[in-house]
Design a protein around this ligand. Sequence first.
Ligand SMILES: NC(=O)c1ccc[n+]([C@@H]2O[C@H](COP(=O)([O-])OP(=O)(O)OC[C@H]3O[C@@H](n4cnc5c(N)ncnc54)[C@H](OP(=O)(O)O)[C@@H]3O)[C@@H](O)[C@H]2O)c1
Length: 295
Amino acid sequence: MHQAKLLDGRVVAAAVHERTRARVEKLRQQGVEPSVAFFRVGEDPASELYVRMKEKRAREVGIRSEVVVLPAAAAEQELLGRLEEKNRDPGTHGVLVQMPLPRQIRAEVVCQAIDPSKDIDGFHPVNAGKLLLGDPSGFPPCTPAGICAIFRHYGLVTAGAEVVILGRSNIVGKPLAALLLGKGAQGDATVTVLHSQSRHIPEHCRRADFLIAALGKAEFVRGPMIKPGAVVVDVGVSRLPDPSLPGGSRIVGDVHFSEALRTAAWLTPNPGGVGPMTIAMLLANTVEAAERLAA
Ligand SMILES: NC(=O)c1ccc[n+]([C@@H]2O[C@H](COP(=O)([O-])OP(=O)(O)OC[C@H]3O[C@@H](n4cnc5c(N)ncnc54)[C@H](OP(=O)(O)O)[C@@H]3O)[C@@H](O)[C@H]2O)c1
């Protein structure tokens, strides 16, 4: 029986980390110590875990990291003041604020307060604009950049292909559409972006040579929605109840894995697909920021 080949994000992320480590080493030889500041507000356990994972990976590739923790009741102005300190610090090359933020702090104001040249998440409007204009001097958001890196690693060419993206968020769907629509070997696709108001979703999906699901709806993409031989990327992370497991739940993606395995040519496992790429691209952006400053 046919079975899709897996797009192993752990392998691709390890290769990206290896390249980042070599770039860090080169910078250190020039007397530059790449450095990143992670901001966290409050005690959200998931945010704590994410920041810890980012710190660990940064350490592994030789990037110095500092975590700035503010109390859950911190005022927006306090966070903006602390960000400004890092914007001005020539020894800090990357700045990231872990989302979500408490209600009194507006995420869009925070994104705009980070110096675009240190915005390793790529969420600042200047970087979003550069992405749309095809200007490589910005920073692409990490999850979409990670998906493109997976394609590159496995030699999957999007030029001329039908790409369908499920989801139009500012952090995944829209920037991914911009990357794949851009001119050049890594883009040149015909891109369709679907969202909650789209009609005929299964029909659109069935046309896709590359189908990317980023909507956060557990197992939304079923086998019959996939064109035989397609490349399927599952970005979603949802929790489904499963009393047979110790935690009482299991993590699933936006794609029904076993059905997709029988139809697609290539498929990301989930976990182990897109997830590991996000931190890898974040650290690649950090070293890129340090290289630009050193140039
Ligand atoms: N692995 C990683 O590193 C990583 C990184 C980022 C996100 N994620 C995961 O990826 C998923 C998406 O994240 P996000 O931040 O992009 O989510 P989001 O901001 O919630 O956006 C979801 C998008 O999906 C669309 N959508 C929702 N239900 C739909 C439906 N039934 N049919 C068609 N479209 C629908 C929404 O449409 P509207 O715009 O019309 O509401 C929206 O555009 C989440 O599960 C998230 O946890 C994973």
